[in-house]
Design a protein around this ligand. Sequence first.
Ligand code: UD1
Ligand code: CA
Length: 463
Amino acid sequence: MPVHALVLAAGKGTRMRSDTAKVLHRAAGRTLLDWVLDAVAVAKPDRTVVVVGHQAEAVAASLEGKAETVVQEPQNGTGHAVQVALAHLGELEPDDTVLVTYGDMPLVPADVYEDLASRPSDAAVVLTTVDPGPPGFGRVKRDAGGRVVGIVEERDCDPSELEITERNVGLYAFAAGALAEALSKLTPDNSQGELYLTDVVGHIADAGGAISVRRVAASDVSGVNSHADLALVQAMLRERINRRLMESGVWMLDPDRVYVDATVTVEPGARLYPGTHLEGDTTVAAGAMVGPDTFVVDSSIGPEATVMYSVLRGATVGEKVSVGPYASLRPGTVLEAGSKAGTFVEMKNTRVGEGAKVPHLSYMGDADIGAGANVGAGSITCNYDGYEKHRTVVGEGAFIGSDTMLVAPVTIGEGAVTGAGSVITRDVEPGALAVERSEQRQIPGYAEKRAARHRAEEADKGS
Ligand code: UD1
Ligand code: CA
């Protein structure tokens, strides 16, 4: 039986106090809407329609072909949103299933959608919870025989209805025919003057349609209406992601303080210390150690590498590489196996060959550092002349003395050496030593002469 999924996402999200559409806020690397669409997709709907309104274009642009959109304008309530979506879907068979969910409920597990999609012959399946939860959920009304007869919105409840513990989550599966008929009966006679989707349930019951209920944990249906809700959802997603990683063999000292996007791959045997953030297209290989307090975006960290107290963006860190503490690796940095970017080292668009080391206080930009080379403390590539960037090439096995300024474009030959403190502006041939500094002079006995002069001056003042 065909299934059509509707995702309501036209609402404004006023309480986010944000220019970004509510469903486009991100949690663990995906938009809220993306989380919903990925879970819905597991139920294999034939078509998925997102009802958009506020920031319709931005929401539609975020979908990347995952769903169709239809614009609801004005937003006249959840019932109106479903009317608009059904009109968009066109002619359906009466027994087709229409699944309804919300774009701001990212925690709903995929199996809930699978379960709803397998709607039995009932005209409607209503998702409910009996857990205590946030205010605002409608109450599910049953008759003396326990049959569902309708849903009352909290703001429209009388005192006795407020006592009802079974609450409406807002997710449903309907038989398309029964849904269309009930939608045509909706009226806006409620406290908000809107067309309520919840009233559809009452109309179906009145028409004698069978209604069944599925229960879920309130924690799985937390919606996002504010930044406080968003933080809660992020914490729950973090817990799910980290639990799955630990089950797979990833070590974490304190999983509450490890932040891994859903888009990231961490291999079993990796170790993540507190304060580790892994974002975007990032991979961490087995045996690697990351953190504490490390931020990694769109980077790969190889087997048995260590990355401590550092920031990596668009970097490739090879096997057994050591990064940090306090390194900043910017896009285009490639550290080959066994190499090192040490304490207070910044790199950009730079390749460091196998086993080469840049251990302390350096900036390497637009550089190619050959295998086995050593770059002494405080050395810097002067890669920018104020107009353009230029490359520095350091040959294999070269030894760059401490505090060498490599004024690019410049090439240091294989095995060449630069003297500490040199400003190197011309190419150095392989195996040569290049020193650029004035010769050191020595004045024997200088300190004693200076002290004597000082004593004499003091004696003059005193007399
Ligand atoms: C709705 C239910 C309530 C349920 C609650 C659970 C109704 C009338 N009430 O109330 O019983 O307990 O969800 O969260 O359905 N939307 C549109 N177009 C509109 C209005 C809303 O697309 O015209 C979308 C919103 O973007 C949102 C969702 O529908 O994603 C829910 O709308 P909202 O107004 O928040 O409904 P609630 O008051 O929460
Ligand atoms: Ca100098």
